[in-house]
Ligand binder design. Structure first.
Ligand code: F6R
Length: 261
């Protein structure tokens, strides 16, 4: 796992937007895996800015990680709605190429349809992930099978509490979501995890340096060949080998500056 520690959350998000933009530039027909949540908002703002400066997403296909069960695409708290507001309404990804699991109808059916679509159009070239304070990726909560496929999952109390801030006071936060499985996520060619803020520090340490365990679903990424974890100083605070990761990145930058050969 490559671990990139940047001074601020803003710089971390800018770095991730840059990596996604480079992927699309190099491979205009890329399949991107996308996440929602507060951490991703500045990443999508960065992609919109790059689109306005000329980057086209017209050949891109996207798969979002998850959707709340019971919320239709027009519900303001649905992840379909989030994606339109924060990205889709501002860039040129064709509507027919955007896939978010359906929150309506039978969850098992939504999950199956979503897996079939990934099988048809995948694999995902670049998967973007956030990290829950409890170590979840997608809505694969602690205890999730590390080989799971897309399915309905019960959200933990921690997650329901963390996400309550997005809902109106008195509004019920859905208890379940359809989420890409951990086995599905692991099939992406490259994965970028973005985590910022002190609230994520313990989860960052557990995922990068702890044992590989279902108690911290993100820890399975230690087994993936191409993962880049991008964190700000606050989220990196509990990493035992922080200085080593910083040195490794300094070495990499010197090599990048010297160019090939
Ligand atoms: C969102 C998702 C979640 C979030 C995670 C962090 O699609 O799958 O795993 O990435 O809960 O959320 P924020 O960024 O709001 O802290």
């Amino acid at each position: 796992m490559r671990i990139v520690i940047l001074p601020t959350a803003e710089q971390a998000a800018t770095h991730v937007a840059e990596l996604i933009a480079r992927q699309v530039q190099d491979r205009p027909r890329s399949v991107l895996g996308l996440a929602t949540g507060g951490t991703m908002e500045p990443v999508y703002a960065g992609l919109i800015a790059r689109h306005r400066a000329g980057l086209s997403f017209a050949g891109v296909t996207t798969f979002n990680l998850d959707e709340y069960v019971g919320l239709g695409p027009d519900h303001p708290q649905s992840y379909s709605h989030y994606m339109r507001v924060h990205l889709f309404d501002h860039v040129d990804i064709p509507e027919a190429n955007r896939f978010v699991p359906s929150g309506l109808g039978a969850p098992a059916h939504a999950a199956q349809a979503f897996e079939a679509e990934i099988a048809r159009r995948g694999p995902v070239d670049l998967q973007l992930l956030g990290l829950g304070g409890n170590g979840h990726i997608g809505f694969n909560e602690p205890g999730s099978s590390l080989g799971s496929r897309t399915r309905e999952k019960l959200l933990s109390f921690d997650t329901i509490e963390a996400n309550r801030r997005f809902f109106d006071t008195g509004e019920t936060v859905p208890e379940t979501a359809v989420t890409m499985g951990i086995g599905t996520i692991r099939e992406a060619r490259r994965i970028i995890v973005l985590a910022t803020g002190a609230r994520k520090a313990a989860a960052v340490r557990a995922m990068a340096e702890g044992p590989v365990t279902a108690m911290c679903p993100g820890s399975i990424l230690q087994m993936h060949e191409h993962v880049r974890l991008v964190v700000d100083t606050e989220a990196a605070a509990e990493l035992a080998l922080k200085d080593h990761y910083l040195r490794a990145e300094q070495l990499q930058s010197r090599r990048d500056a010297n160019g090939p050969g």
